[in-house]
Design a protein around this ligand. Sequence first.
Ligand code: ZN
Length: 74
Amino acid sequence: MEMQEGGIEPRSTLTCPQCDHAETETMPTDACQWFYDCKGCGAVLKPKPGDCCVYCSYGSVPCPPIQSGDCCCD
Ligand SMILES: [Zn+2]
C-alpha cells in the first residue's frame, strides 16, 4: 500500500461481507459514499451504524475526510 504525499490514500479495497469479493476503488475526496454495489454478488453495501461511509465499514482504508481528520459527518 503506497501512501501519497500529504498522507491521504485515495484508494481503498472494499470487501463484501456477503461474498468476500474484494475490489479496489478510488474514493471521492470531497464526499462520503453511502452505497456501493458489490461487483461480486450485486449486494448493495451500506455503512455500519456509527460509520460515515462504506469505506469506513468495509474498506481497507477509511475515507479521505477521516484520514485528514476533517470528517463531514460528525
Ligand atoms: Zn458481494
